[in-house]
Design a protein around this ligand. Structure first.
Ligand code: NI
Length: 138
């Protein structure tokens, strides 16, 4: 066990523990229960960071959209220009005749980044979207 790891005990209903173990098993043999619990805690803390206005986060916004959707490209462009400070870089891939994949590298205060992602991903014509972030602890 690495020296910076601390052991503690957690009480939970057997049924919840069974669900956790089933989840650990689905994630594959490379991870044990402790590693999965650590990941879950980290994910939750990042979600919390996104709700704290001043906590800086870095990450990406991934979205797939049909560029034929009336007015969508212009709306995406307008929001991205409004957030030029938070958007560090963008990659655009024309997936097929209809769909585009766009990946934005983002950085900024959690709530601002989260609101920007909501604006982009909530637009009509965006078929898939996800914000992935990690908190930057100084
Ligand atoms: Ni395209």
């Amino acid at each position: 066990m690495a020296s910076d790891l601390v052991r503690f005990s957690v009480a939970m209903p057997q049924s919840l523990l069974d669900q956790l173990d089933a989840y650990v098993e689905r994630r594959g043999t490379r991870q044990n229960r402790s590693e999965v619990v650590r990941d879950l805690v980290r994910e939750r803390l990042v979600d919390e960071s996104l709700a704290v206005p001043d906590e800086e986060v870095i990450g990406s916004i991934t979205m797939v959209y049909d560029h034929h959707t009336q007015g969508l490209s212009a709306r995406l462009d307008k929001i991205q220009h409004r957030h030029h400070t938070e958007i560090l870089s963008t990659m655009h891939v024309h997936l097929d005749h209809d769909d585009c994949l766009e990946i934005l590298a983002v950085r900024g205060p959690g709530q601002l980044v989260s609101n920007m992602a909501d604006c982009l991903l909530g637009l009509k014509g965006v078929k898939y979207g996800r914000l992935n972030c990690v908190a930057v602890r100084k």
